[in-house]
Design a protein. Structure first.
Length: 401
């Protein structure tokens, strides 16, 4: 079980146990979760936002607005981003306010906006913890579906010994993994994915390219990573913004031309269990690249092209028995015949056909509709769906091979 790809929002309250938030962030990140942190104003006295920001790799918010520019820290967006809100340590004060609808800081406003499961880890001195009002408040939270990760027994900051210590970070993370962790069907599988177009230079300012955005390949890489795979993405020139959303655990090799993509793919292909060739590689490249910008002169203009290496074909010819290779085909006519031809010629185990005749399918957009063929199984047709969902369906199909 793993927390890979889960969005966890950690809310830290004022308690000496706040220092343990640093360990919680570390452990959640090790599990592959995306972690963001918010704090109550009194938590600032126990641990700095900087520490938690460095560890989580995201800005840490603790007020409704940013002092420097007065901009609003949108608590609704934060709550909606989270797959899970973890309040740890949760102080007596915050627990009381959660029960009584008091919303006087960012953490509480996120809690009251949250639709995701909420986990509360109380931490306070033993007499505070035993107090009837604390126990009644905890009970009320439970009755309303909030999960409590109970305080543990042991030595407390006051020197007293009893129940009240924040649950150990390892116990908190173990608990969450049991509750919301998912199986990682591709754990310990190494996967290489090609994505995007290639650009073939004509001169320093012009190139031959195509409309591939890289979105389909990136969706496959992210979904495969969420399913536990160790993913390498070899990516042609695409918008930088798309690369920003890729989890840090995915290794990215940026290339421009087919020749460079071949080099990056062949350098790593022998160790891979699975390779998915989703890139739209230019079949031809200019025989010569002008070192200076070509000038407009004659009415017509000819560029001689030579064939690019076929990356998938070269890899397919050297495929080992325990490797699974999958190609893509974007077709405009005789779709099935063309896709199956490519599957056989390039020694793919499966091929994913997207047809430009299907609305919402193919390059550039956020959706796709595909038919997946393989040598040994019936073909599967997906509906028009987001590329993320299509990617999940492709990977689920591959798992069945
Ligand atoms: O990037 P998006 O905007 O999200 O769009 C996704 C996509 C439509 C580009 C993608 O889903 C897709 O269909 N990619 C393959 C495009 C295609 O038709 O490729 P092809 O028929 O030229 O090649 C067939 C297979 O061989 C592909 O797996 C391709 O990656 C591979 N190939 C092709 C030529 C070459 N020189 N080297 C290769 O590896």
């Amino acid at each position: 079980m793993t927390l890979r790809g889960r969005n966890i929002l950690l809310a830290v309250c004022g308690s000496i146990a706040a220092y343990k938030a640093a360990f919680i962030v570390r452990l959640l990140k090790k599990q592959g979760a995306e972690v963001r942190v918010i704090m109550t104003p009194s938590a600032l006295g126990f641990i700095t936002p900087l520490t938690l920001s460095v560890l989580s790799e995201y800005p840490v918010y603790h007020s409704f607005t940013e002092d420097e520019n007065g901009s609003w820290n949108n608590h609704v967006d934060m709550a909606l981003w989270a797959d899970l809100l973890l309040i740890a340590p949760a102080s007596e004060n915050t627990i009381g306010k959660m029960v009584n609808g008091i919303c006087d800081n960012l953490v509480l406003s996120v809690y009251f906006s949250a639709k995701c499961p909420v986990y509360v880890c109380p931490a306070m001195d033993l007499d505070m913890y035993k107090h009837f009002s604390t126990q009644e408040n905890i009970l009320k939270l439970k009755e309303h579906g909030v999960k409590i990760i109970d305080a543990e027994f042991g030595e407390l900051a006051s020197g007293l010994v009893g129940q009240g210590r924040l649950a150990e970070p390892e116990h908190i993370v173990e608990f969450l993994t049991q509750q919301i962790g998912s199986d990682a069907p591709l754990a310990s599988r190494k996967m290489l994915i090609t994505a995007g177009p290639t650009y073939e230079a004509i001169d320093p300012v012009r190139f031959i390219g195509n409309h591939s955005s890289g979105k389909m390949g990136i969706a496959l890489a992210i979904q495969a990573w969420k399913m536990g795979a160790d993913v390498t993405l070899v990516c042609g020139p695409i918008q930088e913004q798309l690369l920003k959303n890729i989890p840090a655990g995915i290794q990215i090799h940026k290339v421009v031309s087919a020749e460079q993509m071949l080099e990056a793919v062949t350098a790593g292909i022998t160790n891979q269990h699975i390779a998915i060739f989703a890139a739209a590689v230019a079949d031809y490249t200019p025989e010569e690249v002008s070192p200076i910008k070509l000038k407009k002169a004659e009415d017509s203009f000819t560029i001689r092209l030579k064939k690019n290496p076929d990356i998938a074909l070269i890899c397919g010819q050297n495929k080992k028995a325990d490797q699974l290779f999958v190609g893509f085909a974007l077709e405009t006519n005789d779709e099935e015949i063309n896709a199956l031809k490519k599957m056989n010629a390039k020694n793919f185990d499966a091929i994913v056909l997207n047809s430009l005749n299907d609305a919402g399918a193919g390059f550039a957009g956020d959706t796709n509709k595909v038919t997946i063929y393989s040598k040994n199984k019936d073909a599967v047709v997906t509906a028009v769906q987001s590329k993320d969902i299509v990617a999940k369906e492709i990977l689920t199909y591959l798992l069945s091979l």
